[in-house]
Design a protein around this ligand. Structure first.
Ligand SMILES: [Fe+2]
Ligand SMILES: [Fe+2]
Length: 280
């Protein structure tokens, strides 16, 4: 029987993409061996991180196939980093309860599914994963993830939270440009991410003392990481209601601004406005 830690170490420290996408073995043994974990994953040349900038195309440019492929390439990169980081967190904080471990494994398997859907679609649109520079945005914050609570605030409440806005907006945008196939993938991702953020929220709620969730969340993150990271460049409050956040949190997040907020406003195509974008 394969142990949890062997499985996780394969995801993190095998440089091969296919080894990071292997399904969770049935009857996996939930050990809680402690390992010194490195704060970066091994990756073969084709999928290694790059400092070269690759900008995500603007919404109004998604009428072109290659721009849709580049957007999907960005999302796939986020999925792969999420797979690795959940594996990292399970190894780094081995003393969490079995339910949290199993929930996190479920999330890993869904991120693997998302990655594979994105990869297949970008291939159909003429791009392969690794053809474009891969940033390491999620990995930059491991130094602030010194507990599973802090990890959850950054990865689940913030990055996966923001992905709720992105997946919904891009679903509408792809549909708007007649790409039903890509839109359907975003819809599937959106539905799963609701579950992932909910897992994060439930875990933190179980640890929270007598303060609001907004206060608790803010007590777990630290500058330069701010709540701005917990929303997309558009914020869709209804998605956070679906997860089950307190109204106060939903409101405070909508109002939150830091020095990098709205540096350059996106133009929102008229047709997309009906998905509940917050213009606050
Ligand atoms: Fe995902
Ligand atoms: Fe997720």
């Amino acid at each position: 029987m394969e142990s949890l830690s062997d499985y996780l170490r394969q995801i993190l420290y095998s440089p091969k993409l296919e080894d990071k996408l292997v399904s969770i073995p049935e009857n996996i043994f939930l050990d809680n061996k402690f390992f010194e974990v490195k704060d970066f994953p091994e990756r073969e040349e084709k999928i290694s991180f790059s400092d070269k900038k690759s900008k995500i195309p603007r919404l109004e440019h998604l009428n072109s196939e290659i721009n849709r492929a580049i957007s999907i390439h960005h999302f796939a990169n986020h999925e792969l980093m999420a797979i690795e980081l959940f594996a990292w967190a399970l190894l780094k904080f081995p003393n969490m309860d079995d339910k949290t471990k199993l929930d996190t494994l479920k999330t890993i398997s869904e991120e693997q599914k998302h990655f594979l859907m994105y990869k297949k679609r970008m291939n159909e649109l003429g791009l392969d994963f690794g053809d474009r520079p891969l940033n390491q945005i999620f990995w930059k914050y491991t130094k602030y993830m010194t507990s599973f609570e802090k990890f959850t605030s950054i990865l689940s409440i913030s990055f996966e939270g923001a992905n709720l806005d992105f997946s919904l907006v891009y679903e509408k945008a792809f549909e708007n440009y007649g790409d039903k196939k890509s839109a359907n993938i975003m819809n599937q991702v959106f539905k799963d991410e609701i579950k992932h953020v909910k897992r994060g929220l439930n875990f933190l709620e179980s640890k929270k003392k007598n303060i609001s969730f907004w206060e608790y969340y803010n007590s777990l993150i630290e500058h330069p990481f701010t709540p701005r990271r917990a929303k997309g460049f558009f914020y869709i409050p209804e998605t956070r209601r679906k997860v089950g956040f307190e109204e106060d949190f939903i409101f405070q997040l909508g109002e939150y601004k830091d020095e990098f907020s709205n540096r350059k406003k996106e133009i929102i195509p008229e047709e997309l406005l009906d998905c509940g974008i917050y213009t606050g």
